[in-house]
Design a binder for this molecule. Structure first.
Ligand code: ZN
Ligand code: FE
Length: 256
């Protein structure tokens, strides 16, 4: 029988397989994010190697890339261990952090497009939590590290309130349905603080109740969405850098 022409001809390229995004809880309150197509995977901010290696191996996934948002140990600590297991994996990080993330193989700057499993991720420069912090965006998904948190924002270790305000405005301009994959489970304390700051705010109170219910069930509150953050995140709602600075100061000293 002649071979089928249809079977022989290379098919049209077609759209890339949509990626699945999942999270792995590690350490006390960190999340590592996995993007995969069922066969190949990329991870964002692996705080630890072992739980990530196990998670990938249990699902038969091959690690192709590690993406970093910033240099803190709870975001890069697992990378050397993962490279030991998958020596061919690419390591994407801010070029400006090449000394603090020395195992990077692809230094990126704002506006770069990073190909991850056939999808293009845009690099956003969002200095504030650290001076070289970056975020990754693809349609519908935002990996924002320690810049935006659900109901909060990162501490200003190396940047200014003005920089954080600019970063949050930039995120706020993304479509409301964009999922926010932030790197820590701080949502309940953030919203308890927010509810104390804005006692009459119904949207904040309702979100706090929903988040506390999720936590009682032992479930992550991540991802949130840009629409939820616009509505209930006091830092994202801040009119200007001065208001954000006041909120940051208040949140730093709050231990409720
Ligand atoms: Zn950090
Ligand atoms: Fe962190």
């Amino acid at each position: 029988m002649p071979p089928s022409a249809a079977a022989e001809a290379p098919g049209p390229a077609g759209p890339p397989t949509p990626l699945t995004v999942e999270l792995i809880p590690v350490l006390r309150d960190n999340y590592v994010f996995v993007l995969h197509d069922g066969r190949r995977a990329a991870v964002v901010d692996p705080a630890e190697a072992e739980p990530v290696r196990r998670w990938l191996e249990e699902r038969g996934l091959e690690l192709e890339a590690v993406l970093h948002t910033h240099h803190h140990a709870d975001h890069i600590g697992g990378t050397p261990g993962l490279l030991h297991r998958w020596p061919g994996a690419r390591v994407v990080a801010a070029r400006a952090d090449r000394e603090r993330i020395p195992f990077q193989t692809e230094g990126v700057v704002g506006g770069d497009q990073v190909d991850v499993l056939g999808q293009q991720l845009e690099v956003l420069e969002v200095p504030a939590h650290t001076r070289a912090h970056i975020a990754y965006h693809l349609p519908g998904e935002l990996f924002c590290g320690d810049t935006l948190f659900a109901g909060g924002c990162g501490r200003l270790f190396e940047g200014t309130a003005a920089q954080m305000h600019a970063a949050l405005k930039r995120f706020a301009a993304l479509p409301g349905s964009t999922r926010v994959w932030c790197a820590h489970e701080y949502t309940a304390p953030n919203l308890r603080w927010a509810a104390r700051q804005r006692p009459g705010d119904v949207a904040v109170a309702q979100r706090l109740a929903a988040v506390q219910e999720r936590r009682r069930e032992g479930r992550p509150t991540i991802p949130s969405t840009i629409a939820e953050e616009r509505a209930t995140n006091l830092f994202m709602r801040a009119a200007d850098a001065a208001e954000l600075a006041d909120l940051r100061e208040s949140r730093n000293h709050w231990s409720g």
